[in-house]
Design a protein around this ligand. Structure first.
Ligand code: CP
Ligand code: NVA
Length: 310
C-alpha cells in the first residue's frame, strides 16, 4: 500500500483524498479481522492525548489502539497541565515534538488545533473540535462500507444540530461520493463555509450535499439516518433554548424514519440522549448499528495512526 500520509496532520478530513480514505477504511477492516498482524506496527511509538473536553470513546479507543499497535499513550487533561494555565500552543507544540511521535487533541476552537499542527514537527490528529470530528466520520465511513461495500449511490440523512458532526459528515461524504442531506432548524444549520467546501468537493466525486430545514425531506429514501445531541459540549447554557427549537420535529423516531429505506441503518456518534434527538425504540431497535459504529472508532483510528505515525 503506497503510504502518502506519513507525518501528516488530520484536522478536518479535507487533508485526505477519496483514495486515501478508501485505503484507510480497507486497512481498518483488515485490522479488525487480523489484529495480531499489526501488533508491532507502531512498536515503541508514543501518542500524546490532550483533552480539554470530556470523552469516553475517543480516550479509550485511541489508548487501546496505540497499545494494540505496540506503542504507548500519554494522556494529559488540559486542566492539570500548563496548557490549562495559559502556556502558549507554540511552546507546547515544540516541546511535545521532542518527546512523542504524535498528538491527538480534543479542544474547543479549531484555530488551536491548526496552530498546534503548524508548530509541531509530528502529526496532530483532531479528536473533536467545535467545528469538526474527523475521526468519528472515518469510523462512520468504515461502518457504512461494512454494510454496503461502496459509497456511491448511498444516502445519509443527518437530522439535528448543524454541529461538528454535521460538518465532518458533509465533508467526508463529499470526498468519497456519498450523498449527505442535513436537516436542522433555522438558527442551528451547519456553517455556510463548510457547506460550500463540501459542495465544492462534491463536484469532483459526484455526491449531492444539501443543508435543508425539513427533516422529512432529508430522510427520504435514506440508507443511513444519523443524529447527534442537540447540545454539544461547550453549549450547555443554551440547553433549554435548544430543546425548544428542535422539539419533536427533529427527533429521530418511528414516524420520521418511515420515509427512509426500509432496511435503513441508524447511526449516532454517542453519547445519546434517549427521548431527545432519538427515541429508545430507534437507538435500541433493529435498525441501530451504534455499537458497531463505536467499536469501529478503534479500528479506524488504528489505521489512521498506522498511516501517519510510521
Ligand atoms: N463519539 C465520541 O467522540 O465520543 P466521546 O465523546 O465519548 O469520545
Ligand atoms: N457534537 C457532540 C459530539 C460528541 C462526541 C459534541 O461536540 O459534544
Amino acid at each position: 500500500m503506497g503510504n502518502s500520509l506519513v507525518g501528516k496532520s488530520i484536522l478536518t478530513l479535507e487533508e485526505l483524498t477519496k483514495s486515501q480514505i478508501i485505503e484507510l477504511v480497507a486497512l481498518a477492516i483488515d485490522m479488525k479481522k487480523n489484529p495480531k498482524k499489526y501488533q508491532e506496527s507502531l512498536s515503541g511509538k508514543i501518542l500524546a492525548m490532550i483533552f480539554e473536553k470530556a470523552s469516553t470513546r475517543t480516550r479509550m479507543s485511541f489508548e487501546a489502539g496505540i497499545v494494540q499497535l505496540g506503542g504507548h499513550a500519554i494522556v494529559m487533561n488540559a486542566a492539570d497541565s500548563q496548557i490549562g494555565r495559559g502556556e502558549p500552543i507554540k511552546d507546547t507544540a515544540n516541546v511535545m515534538s521532542g518527546y512523542v511521535d504524535g498528538i491527538m487533541i480534543r479542544t474547543f476552537e479549531d484555530s488551536k488545533v491548526k496552530e498546534l499542527a503548524a508548530e509541531a514537527s509530528i502529526p496532530v490528529i483532531n479528536g473533536l473540535t467545535d467545528d469538526h470530528h474527523p475521526c468519528q466520520v472515518l469510523a462512520d465511513l468504515m461502518t457504512i462500507y461494512e454494510h454496503h461495500g461502496k459509497f456511491e449511490g448511498i444516502k445519509l440523512a443527518y437530522i439535528g444540530d448543524g454541529n461538528n458532526m454535521a460538518h465532518s459528515l458533509m465533508i467526508g461524504g463529499a470526498i468519497v461520493g456519498m450523498d449527505v442531506s442535513v436537516a436542522s432548524p433555522v438558527g442551528f444549520q451547519p456553517k455556510a463555509e463548510y457547506v460550500t467546501i463540501a459542495q465544492q468537493l462534491a463536484q469532483k466525486s459526484g455526491a449531492k450535499i444539501e443543508s435543508l430545514i425539513d427533516p422529512k425531506i432529508a430522510v427520504k429514501q435514506a440508507d443511513f439516518v444519523y443524529t447527534d445531541v442537540w447540545t454539544s459540549m461547550g453549549w450547555e447554557e443554551e440547553n433549554n433554548k435548544r430543546l425548544a427549537a428542535f422539539g419533536e420535529a427533529y427527533q429521530v423516531n418511528d414516524q420520521l424514519v418511515s420515509a427512509a429505506q426500509e432496511n435503513f441503518k441508524f447511526l449516532h456518534c454517542l453519547p445519546a440522549h434517549r427521548g431527545e434527538e432519538v427515541t429508545g425504540a430507534i437507538i435500541d431497535g433493529s435498525h441501530s448499528v451504534v455499537y458497531q459504529e463505536a467499536e469501529n472508532r478503534l479500528h479506524a483510528q488504528k489505521a489512521l495512526m498506522f498511516q501517519v505515525m510510521q
